[in-house]
Write a protein that binds this ligand. Sequence first.
Ligand SMILES: O=C1O[C@H](COP(=O)(O)O)[C@@H](O)[C@H](O)[C@H]1O
Length: 258
Amino acid sequence: MESRNSCWEKPDMTAGHDVKTGAMVVLPDAEAVAQHMAKWLTAQALAKKDGPFVLALSGGSTPRRLYQILASAEYRDRFPWAKTQFFFGDERFVPESDAASNYNMVETEMLAHVKVPPGNVHPMPTSGDPVQAAAQYQAELAAVYGGKTLEPGRPLFDVVMLGLGDNGHTASLFPRQPVLEEKKLWVSTCVPDDAPHTRLTLTYPAIHSSRHVVFMLAGAGKHEAFARVRAGDPAEPASHITTEGELIWLMDKAAAGQ
Ligand SMILES: O=C1O[C@H](COP(=O)(O)O)[C@@H](O)[C@H](O)[C@H]1O
């Protein structure tokens, strides 16, 4: 993030589990979180010199305001849209026109309003067989990565954006699901037992292959799940997120429990 000033503190991530110690940024409210992320993301994208800026977007309600800000007059002409490859961290297996579609939300709030080359936008396929769709998306990622095997030191993503569901899921890595054991595939299916829709999701190894992972949290509704992850609860999928780069928790005071 911008600087390690007073809004930064080292998180108290309990040792002995798989959460890599990251940076924790606590801001007054959800608007400040979205504004901070817009500024930081734009700076990261502009700073990328060698090759495309590869971004995995999150869905759900939390990043909606961020996408509106990036499409606003302040950022529309500053963000390097043509240099950025937009992937999705997860998707509900519904048509793109469905209100539950993460792509639909991002398209409506941001992509429809900016000059992004159509070939730079990579929605997860959501028709036919979900397993084949996951394989198809992995091939699309591999084409941009320039290889079918993830190499340590050569991250797939510049930034992976993540949210945190009230039940502890992140991307579409839901508690108790087989996808949590996936060690090879980059993209897999997940059929949650406590949420609607079959999902496609990036797996732990794909998320790990990143320069930055940023969790964005806002609202008191996130606090219990965050507290469990912070305490290292191994049942929380977000507790096992790692990156070969920098892990950042960006949240408002309510989510932090302050
Ligand atoms: O189902 C999903 O939920 C998470 C969290 O969403 P939020 O609405 O609680 O912010 C989101 O990160 C993910 O992309 C989405 O598919």
